[in-house]
Design a protein around this ligand. Structure first.
Ligand SMILES: [Zn+2]
Length: 400
């Protein structure tokens, strides 16, 4: 219906705007109907849009391209051997095939993951598991290897308690089996062990929120040297992963992925947390030494999860852009606490279907993403130029 109406309107506008028409309508031959010179009429200007389709690790996608306005394009995600398709970054649909109607430039990324060896998480007996209950009904269950030192295990529980009392996670409305949970299992073990939870979580390693089509879980593979040196990283990374759980549960539809808000935000909270609870300043002790010129000249490179052009060690550039956004919000008249509320809370609660990141950005932050990128150019690409106040506390940000 929309298409049928649109085409005549478009043609009408094109013809009435054609400069040729004026010169072909001499006033002294008003009664002569001059036929349209078909051969010389310029091609009607069909609005073209670009569809970009990319694949995350573990699969491929059909080609994108440039198409006329209103074209319907079918895109398909194809997992590699041993991987499974888990969804589209920009869509709530979990179908491998999507039909896109091109009415603007669009970007779609297909996400894949390793097929786990088994998926018994939903059948785990939680009666023997320790855990913690969230104020708003979101609970964590601890699956912790005995090989972790008891000091680590005790500290881990204190940290979860502190985070849980300040950053309240809301169970998300169920839209797919994987999401819409009111609980998450945490699997923690020592790097030197041979994957003690492999039968439950497959080959997932490192520090992450991982998942399959039925559940998400937190993975904490604690590195040996972190335990030997008792570094604060092993504690701060828990805050990082915990905040990811907050981010992905704050709205039914996650807002458009912007790495500097997702990872930059989690890594910033990861740095505020040990400053507040351990008097350990990650910002000034070299956690982010690699902020580069590209953070201010091409911040768009730090929107997607991965770009070849831009390395982001420890999320240095993402954290820099995140903190620069806080500074810009303060320049617009927000207090520092108000500015942090916008990037830590409001953005994550703003997600909904059928809204572009440009619209959402301006709605939440009060200025356009383009004007923010322009403002970034005047910044000194060094983490020390955007540091938050020493006294900033998570309670002040997350208290409603
Ligand atoms: Zn992360």
């Amino acid at each position: 219906m929309k298409k049928v109406l649109f085409i005549p309107i478009l043609l009408l506008v094109l013809f009435s705007c054609s400069p040729d028409e004026e010169t072909q309508a001499p006033t002294n031959t008003a009664q002569t109907i001059t036929p349209e010179p078909e051969a010389e009429t310029p091609e009607p200007l069909v609005v073209q849009y670009t569809l970009t389709i990319t694949a995350g690790d573990g699969g491929s996608v059909t080609d994108g391209g440039t198409f006329g306005d209103g074209t319907e394009v079918t895109i398909t995600a194809m997992p590699n051997e041993g991987y499974q398709f888990i969804g589209w970054e920009e869509s709530a649909s979990v179908s491998e095939t999507l039909i896109i109607t091109l009415d603007s430039n669009k970007i779609y990324q297909a996400l894949f993951e390793l097929i786990p060896t088994a998926n018994p998480i939903s059948e785990l007996d939680i009666s023997n598991l320790e855990g913690i209950q969230g104020r708003d009904g979101y609970n964590f269950y601890y699956n912790i290897s005995d090989n972790l030192p008891i000091d680590w295990i005790n500290e881990f529980k204190i940290i979860l308690g502190n985070l849980n009392s300040v950053v309240h996670i809301t169970p998300r409305v169920k839209i797919s089996p994987r999401d819409g949970k009111d609980e998450m299992h945490i699997f923690a073990w020592r790097e030197s062990e041979v994957l003690p939870f492999q039968d439950i979580i497959g080959n997932n390693k490192g520090y992450s929120i991982s998942g399959n089509e039925n559940s998400r879980f937190m993975v904490l593979e604690i590195e040996n040297h972190e335990i030997q040196n008792n570094t604060n990283f092993i504690f701060s990374v828990i805050a990082h992963e915990y905040f990811h759980v907050y981010q992905i549960n704050a709205s039914i539809v996650e807002p458009s992925y912007l790495k500097y808000l997702f990872e930059g935000g989690a890594s910033t909270l990861q740095s505020i947390f040990p400053k507040q609870y351990y008097n350990y300043n990650r910002f000034t002790t070299g956690a982010f030494p690699n902020v580069t010129e590209v953070a201010i000249s091409s911040p768009v490179l730090f929107e997607p999860r991965n770009t070849i052009e831009a390395t982001d060690q420890n999320y240095s550039n993402s954290v820099f852009i995140f903190l620069a956004l806080v500074k810009e919000l303060q320049r617009q008249g927000n207090t520092e606490i108000e500015a942090f509320k916008k990037v830590f809370i409001d953005w994550w609660k703003s997600g909904r279907t059928d809204v572009t990141k440009e619209v959402l950005f301006e709605e939440v932050f009060g200025f356009s993403i383009d004007s923010f990128y322009l403002a970034l150019k005047s910044y000194n690409p060094n983490i020390n130029s955007v540091l938050p106040s020493q006294s900033i506390r998570l309670q002040d940000i997350f208290t409603e």
